[in-house]
Design a protein around this ligand. Structure first.
Ligand code: ATP
Length: 280
């Protein structure tokens, strides 16, 4: 068994889903602007997340990364601009409607119920996929029992994929921080997303946990072919994992390209040097 505090490697087979990249449309963010009482948090930001890619959104503190995530997941309303996932316009939709289109997110801070077991926490991710109504489930109809068994099997597969299988019966809150972050990721995967929004997935993790989580995310992209939008401060991880990077600074897009391209971009270097100077 893995040492406590260390997420197990993604050793299990990729859970069975549609073939890689199938049915995953592009996410097109176009001229997105968000204002809060006089403050422009996002100023006409555009970028495209290609199907099946890992797309990082980076930038110094206050650049607008979380605001971008909150618009993509329906928590904030855009002041103007559009976010299209395939043919669907996401701006204006409520978070549950966006989730039902196959957009799952994790949060920067742990958002798990501490007393709920890992198995039940993962099962919560299956909620939108549950067809049987409460009445049929309450009456224990065979159809409901069959569906529940299918969901449990899927949860077990995803637990195996993420390395969470040994912890399924433990309360989520009893696990070390790194594993709790992994439960959040597992729960998002249980939604069978087509687009996964990961908000600082390795924040607060040890170097070893970071490395293992990065390989799990790479495994998700390769095994499931879904698109991943990643907000992350760990630059090494971004540069290793991302296919494309959008850089924000003061709410504006200052660069967009491959990790290599943005790393060499003078505007990006200036923005990060400015941050270092400010915190020195
Ligand atoms: N709900 C809100 N009300 C008012 N201002 C907000 C709100 N959310 C974000 N802001 C402001 O918008 C700007 C962008 O913030 P945001 O949290 O998106 O940046 P960030 O890039 O995620 O920063 P960090 O890396 O520090 O998390 C900041 O000036 C922030 O204070």
């Amino acid at each position: 068994m893995t040492a406590p505090g260390t997420p197990a490697p993604a050793s299990g087979p990729a859970p069975e889903t549609a073939p890689a990249g199938a049915d995953v449309p592009a996410l097109r963010v176009n001229d997105l602007t968000v204002r809060f009482a006089g403050l422009t948090a996002l100023d006409a930001v555009s970028f495209t997340v290609e199907p099946g890619s890992v797309h990082a959104v980076i930038g110094p503190n206050g650049a607008g990364k979380s605001t971008t995530f909150n618009v993509l997941s329906g928590v904030y309303r855009a002041t103007s601009g559009s976010v299209r996932f395939g043919d669907e316009e996401l701006t204006g939709l409520a978070p549950h409607a966006i989730a039902s289109l196959g957009v799952a997110r994790t949060f920067q801070n742990i958002a798990l119920s501490p007393y709920t077991t890992v198995a039940d926490s993962l099962m919560l991710g299956r909620h939108r996929l549950t067809r049987t109504g409460y009445l049929a489930a309450g009456l224990r109809l065979p159809r409901a029992a069959r569906e529940a068994a299918r969901h449990r099997e899927r949860v077990r597969e995803i637990a195996e994929f993420t390395g969470l299988e040994p912890y399924l019966d433990q309360p989520a809150g009893s696990l070390p921080y790194g594993l709790q972050k992994l439960v959040e990721l597992g729960r998002a995967l249980c939604m069978e997303p087509r687009l996964l929004l990961l908000d600082e997935p390795v924040a607060g993790m040890t170097a070893d946990e970071r490395r293992r989580t990065a390989s799990l995310i790479a495994g998700v992209r390769e095994g499931l072919g879904i698109s991943i939008v990643l907000v992350e401060h760990d630059m090494g991880m971004v540069m290793r994992l991302a296919d494309a990077v959008t850089v924000l600074d003061f709410g504006r897009r200052i660069a967009d390209g491959t990790p290599d391209e943005v790393q060499r971009d003078p505007a990006v270097v200036r923005a990060y040097l400015g941050q270092e100077a400010a915190s020195a």
